[in-house]
Design a binder for this molecule. Structure first.
Ligand code: ZN
Length: 131
């Protein structure tokens, strides 16, 4: 079973929790055991699984990525002016896979699924594939 949803990001760089949207797709799928792939269809956004409860962590991730990848010093900036955004997305990767157990996402207590916007605000398409 496969579904796509859109996330409208609001800032240039932010971390948006999408756990609920993914869980809603799983509910509709009615699959009790399998794998759930979450994939963002963009070169300057990423999907991560990490701390979900503390919004401070989401801010820390943005700050850490900004520290790793300064703006304006990359080859790609000569053609598109968003080299840092591509590098952040490449480091984190466009997808995550979550086991499905008992009809639920087998996430740990503090884990959530988040879309990482590296060059927003934009409309981001997320594919959820459960089988
Ligand atoms: Zn680019």
């Amino acid at each position: 079973m496969q579904a796509t949803f859109t996330v409208s990001t609001r800032r240039a760089r932010e971390v948006v929790d999408i756990t609920r949207q993914v869980a809603a797709v799983l509910e509709r799928a009615g699959i009790t055991e399998g794998l759930c792939t979450v994939f963002v269809r963009h070169a300057t956004a990423a999907v991560v699984i990490n701390e979900n409860a503390d919004p401070g962590f989401r801010a820390d991730l943005v700050t850490a990525l900004d520290g790793l990848f300064p703006e304006g010093v990359w080859e790609h900036d000569k053609v598109d002016d968003n080299g840092a955004a591509h590098l952040k997305a490449a480091l984190l990767g466009p997808s995550e896979v979550i086991p499905v157990t008992g009809g639920r996402l087998a996430l740990g207590t503090w884990q959530g699924i988040a879309l990482v916007e590296c060059d927003g605000p934009r409309e981001r398409q997320v594919i959820v594939d459960i089988r």
